[in-house]
Write a protein of this length. Structure first.
Lengths: 700, 194, 191
């Protein structure tokens, strides 16, 4: 058998072991308690949430609490029964504070839920094995309680080269691992096989202190053909600490901020390994553990396999507790354990020992005296720190120096306080200093966070202000724009405005126009009728219509005149157009009348013809005037006639009438005397007209 | 070379300006509660000492002596020292405002620190010193001052959290400690005959 | 006479040279901003509660940098005063507040009485109250710094300040001895 080289621990102490109190008998079965108090947080990490409710019936091994967080482990019912309460319950903590727990009233049947063991772990994949371990809720049973599945899943680039199985159990009084190694050797071996299958390490080291000869023999005997190394270590406290053990076995020191996995080393407690076996091979979740019941206050100190959640009082009474003898109840060992405030606390996954100590066994510490700077504490520190300096800096609350002296590397083993001649409770100082530093860091982080939120809020308010300002500006601009547009419209609109505001609005003019045109249409119709029938009535109608037509025209003309006179300008073109239309209409009317005259030759018709001829000529004149002088102020409709022109008019009318009379007479075949008389009149009229024309021409 | 070494050892240990020649005691007692502050001030003083001794040597040899106005030594040295201290203040304010704040009044008080004027005058008196020797003397004086200041600050930090008896608490224990340190440094006498 | 002349020239000349050097140095080594205030602000608890008399932690930090006393912050408590004393190398003084140091509090809105007026939301300096107009308001306990600024504006007075519960996780070991213990003889003389 090759011996694995070991590097002796630096420092360390040899307190009296007191192991023989409890390791003389095999593991006892603890009686089933009436009530099991199962706390929701029994490991390092996030607390679990209850998956059952009050009144539910649960089977042994049934999942009752789990957490969605990665660093957590599910919790299972240790026995069958009914959930009677979920809420704050006693918890094994030195403060005595309560913790949420599930209380099961056991029914005594201890009925298992259906178990699903793996058929053959040797053919299973690492993932399947890890899954089983996770579902079984296994966390480190050595004391810290870190969820095992996470420890067994190192990063892909950090393969584990050395697997260390920790069977040292260096603390005095505790013998749980000792008896486990003696009695559950087969399961231990298979468990190691499972771990080796998952991790594929190069070396597997099983470390056992030399104060456990039976265990060493048992384990060696169970090795068979396996290549695992059973390394026997000299008994010294605290060689079982993870970093200390790694240093002893490999000589490597795990750096401050790193974990052993980063060096390719993994350490597991023997209890955890057996739990892994139970989970994989038997499908059983972690619901029980081996706990040492020891101390002089117990009549029958022993190791029990007890269910998680069993109240301490049950176990202690099972071990023959003598209450009057018990001075203190300690959870854990005398070096690293803490005093339990009450006996009702349950056993949890990390409860490795219940020490019912008498006053003589663990006397009250003497009052602390000032440090004499002897240096004994630095000699025994297994982590190679300077406890003396740490003490002084802790006294002075010098956090910076404490951290500079690696306060957080202290494993709180208590070796320094054990040897201190002044009985200074050194570990208390370190624990309180660590808590202070952690609290400060948390406060600082919270303050930073609050500052960020505050600054973000200021920024948000500022942006809102800016946005509001921008909106206000935009609104103001829009308002200014609309105002400007309105002003512009008002400036353009005067045309329309004035048109509408004068007496004759556009609508009015339109109406008049329509009336005028309708009158004209009626007149023409009547005239047609007159042509066809030629009755006196028709004649009268025609005259009436012509009158109304004239009136309508005049009204229209005046309205247009009114609007045009006030308007800035009525375009010359419009006026021209109107005059053109008027003259052409007049000519048309004249032509028609002449036709009728030719057909019928009545005097009235003749007169009408003459009138129409006159108006036609007037219209023509007006048109010519307008064309000749477009700039001149437009006067609508009838141009004024001078006296001379009026005389000419009359003369012309006379001439026309004479002529008409002559023609009539010729048609009527009147005698020669009438004809010659008429001819004479006609020539006279013509002469007069000529004279008038000549005078006018001379005047012009 | 050996002369420079002699000057160094003498100024730092044998004739330490603070503990043996008893110059520059104000900042010694006033700024030594924290090691960081002490280091800050001692660096500043060393800087001032070196520059001041250089400048005062130059002033002495190129302005005062040639023009025979050596009676202006004191005032011109003070002028030089004041300017150097002012310059140092600006540098300290720029590099570490907290240190500037913490040193407070002691930074401008370096002007009145008898070490600085003392070294300048001693250099002037020792007219056989060359420029290099004078500068090294100033620098070494600064080193000696720094050494003692930092040592004392470290001790005071520990004393602050120690269990000091009531009558001795505060400045008393500080004075006692300084006296004991001075005794210790006196042990260096005779090391070098200068 | 020439001696006086020369000495005057020499001194004036020296002064001018040194003055020039100092002037250049003043420009070169100018300090921007107020870095001390930044460092002080980093030590304050950032509750923005205004109990120090300044409208927020940054203004108080700037006041301290300008020379104000360091013992005005109740939410920071003794720890902050100590830290500030160490940073600025001044003597730590006891807290100068009416009620002294209170345990950490969080605000709690009694939802049955909340009318949804958003006045508390506008008051909270870290936006720790969730809600909207005419909707239920509630305090996000993790973000609440216990500054007390929301209690005043609430028109129906439905906000309570309750101390943060001590859980197992927040429990910590006690300091074994109060700092500043006396040696045996002094203790005896006192008792």
């Amino acid at each position: 058998m090759s011996t694995w080289p070991i590097h002796p621990l630096r420092g360390g102490v040899h307190p009296p072991q007191c192991k023989t109190l409890s390791n003389q008998q095999p593991i006892q079965r603890a009686p089933l308690a009436k009530q099991l108090i199962v706390p929701l947080l029994q490991h390092l990490g996030s607390p679990t949430d209850a998956h059952v409710g009050v009144g539910d019936y649960v089977l042994k091994g049934q999942l009752i609490a789990d957490s969605a967080n990665l660093i957590s482990a599910p919790i299972h019912a240790p026995s069958s029964g009914i959930i009677s309460f979920i809420g704050p319950q006693p918890y094994p903590h030195t403060s005595g504070q309560l913790m949420d727990a599930i209380v099961i009233d056991t029914d005594g049947l201890d009925k298992w839920c259906p178990l699903e063991p793996l058929a053959d772990f040797r053919t299973a994949s690492a993932t399947e094995l890890l899954d089983k371990i996770r579902l079984a809720g296994i966390s480190g049973l050595g004391g810290a309680g870190f969820p095992t599945v996470i420890k067994l899943s190192p990063a892909a680039n950090q393969p584990i080269k050395t697997l260390i199985i920790n069977g040292t159990e260096c603390e005095p009084y505790i013998t749980a691992d000792d008896v486990l190694m003696r009695e559950k050797t087969a399961q231990l071996m298979l468990g190691i096989d499972i771990l080796a299958r998952i991790l594929q390490p190069e070396n597997v080291l099983i470390a056992i202190e030399d104060n456990k000869p039976e265990a060493i023999t048992a384990v060696r005997g169970a090795l068979n053909a396996r290549s695992y190394h059973v390394v026997v270590l000299p008994t010294i406290y605290p060689s079982g600490g993870e970093r200390q053990l790694i240093q002893i076995l490999t000589g490597q020191e795990v750096p401050s901020a790193k974990i052993p996995a980063q060096l390719g080393i993994l350490c597991q407690n023997v209890g955890t390994v057996v739990a892994v076996h139970d989970a994989v091979v038997e499908g059983k979740p972690l619901i029980s553990r081996i706990t040492t019941l020891t101390g002089e206050a117990l009549h029958n100190p022993m190791n029990v396999e007890c269910l998680i959640g069993t109240p301490a009082i049950n176990l202690l009474e099972f071990a023959g507790l003598q209450k009057n003898k018990m001075n203190r109840l300690i959870a854990g060992g005398p070096m690293m354990g803490f005093t339990l405030p009450s006996l009702d606390v349950p056993v949890i996954k990390t409860s490795n020992c219940l020490l019912a100590a008498s006053a003589e066994e663990l006397p009250a510490p003497p009052p602390a005296m000032p440090c004499i700077r002897c240096g004994d504490c630095a000699e025994v520190c297994p982590a190679n720190l300077l406890p003396q300096q740490l003490h002084f800096y802790a006294l002075g609350e010098d956090h910076a120096q404490l951290q500079a002296h690696n306060l957080f590397d202290c494993i709180e083993c208590g070796a320094c306080a054990y040897v201190c001649p002044s009985s200074i409770p050194l570990v208390q100082y370190y624990r309180s200093a660590k808590a202070d530093i952690r609290e400060q860091a948390k406060k600082l982080a919270k303050a930073e966070h609050a500052k960020e939120r505050f600054e973000f809020r200021q920024e948000r308010l500022r942006l809102e202000e800016e946005r509001k300002d921008a909106e206000r500006k935009a609104r103001a601009e829009r308002l200014a724009k609309t105002k400007a547009e309105q002003a512009k419209k008002a400036a353009q609109a005067p045309k329309a405005d004035i048109n509408s505001s004068t007496g004759a609005s556009e609508d009015e003019i339109k109406r008049l126009k329509i009336a005028a045109s309708m009158a004209q249409v009626a007149l023409r119709k009547a005239q047609k009728q007159l042509e066809i029938h030629g009755t006196a009535e028709l004649q009268a109608q025609v005259e009436q219509l012509s009158l109304s037509a004239e009136q309508a025209k005049e009204a229209l003309a005046s309205a247009t005149a009114a609007s045009s006179s006030k308007a800035a300008s009525i375009s010359a073109d419009d006026e021209l157009k109107r005059l053109k239309i008027a003259s052409s209409m007049a000519r048309v009317a004249l032509t028609k009348a002449q036709k009728q005259l030719d057909t019928h030759g009545t005097e009235e018709l003749q007169a009408q013809v003459e009138q129409l001829r006159v108006s036609a000529e007037q219209a023509q004149q007006a048109l010519e005037a307008a064309t000749r002088a477009p700039d001149a102020a437009k006067k609508p409709a009838k141009p004024e006639l001078s006296a001379a022109e009026q005389a000419i008019k009359k003369a012309k009318i006379e001439t026309a009438m004479k002529r008409a009379a002559l023609r009539k007479a010729e048609r009527a075949e009147a005698d020669a005397e009438t004809l010659s008389a008429l001819q004479a009149e006609l020539s006279q009229a013509e002469q007069e007209l000529d004279t008038l024309n000549q005078t006018e021409k001379a005047d012009v | 070379m050996s002369e420079l070494l002699l000057i160094l050892v003498s100024a730092i240990l044998v004739n330490n300006f603070v503990l043996v020649q008893f110059l520059g005691l104000c900042p010694f007692m006033g700024v030594s509660k924290k090691v960081e502050t002490a280091i800050g001030l001692s660096l500043a003083t060393t800087f001032v000492l070196t520059l001041a001794s250089i400048c005062s040597y130059l002033v002495q040899h190129y302005i005062l002596k040639p023009f025979d106005i050596e009676f202006l030594r004191t005032i011109s040295f003070i002028l030089v020292i004041a300017v150097v201290v002012q310059f140092t203040e600006m540098v300290v304010n720029k590099t570490s405002p907290i240190l500037y704040r913490v040193l407070g009044i002691f930074l401008p008080l370096i002007t009145t620190n008898c070490i600085v004027l003392g070294v300048a005058l001693l250099n002037a008196n020792r007219s056989e010193y060359t420029f290099i020797q004078a500068s090294v003397n100033g620098f070494a004086a600064g080193l000696g001052f720094s050494l003692v200041l930092v040592l004392f600050a470290a001790m005071r930090e520990r004393i602050a959290i120690a269990d000091v008896p009531k009558p001795f608490q505060g400045a008393a224990i500080g004075m006692l400690t300084a006296g004991l340190m001075s005794l210790a440094f006196m042990g260096f006498s005779g090391l070098i005959k200068l | 006479m020439s001696m006086v002349f020369i000495s005057v020239i020499a001194l004036v000349g020296l002064s001018l040279i040194f003055g020039a050097i100092l002037g250049f140095a003043a420009v070169r080594f100018r300090v921007e901003g107020n870095p001390i205030a930044e460092q002080v602000n980093a030590l304050l608890p950032q509750t923005q509660c205004g109990q120090c008399g300044y409208p927020g932690c940054k203004p108080y930090a700037e006041a301290i940098a300008a020379g104000d006393k360091i013992n005005k912050c109740p939410p920071g408590g003794e720890a902050t005063i100590q830290a500030l004393a160490e940073l600025l190398d001044v003597e730590p003084e006891p807290l100068d507040a009416v009620e002294g140091e209170k345990p950490q509090m969080v605000a709690f809105i009694r939802e049955a009485e909340c009318i949804g007026c958003t006045k508390c939301i506008q008051a909270c300096p870290v936006d720790a109250i969730l809600g909207a107009a005419k909707q239920m308001h509630t305090v996000i306990a993790n973000e609440c710094t216990g500054c007390d600024l929301c209690v005043e504006p609430c028109p129906v007075d439905c906000i309570d300040m309750i101390p943060v519960a001590q859980t197992l996780q927040s429990w910590k070991w006690e300091h074994p001895l109060p700092p500043g213990t006396l040696i045996a003889t002094d203790r005896e003389s006192l008792s």
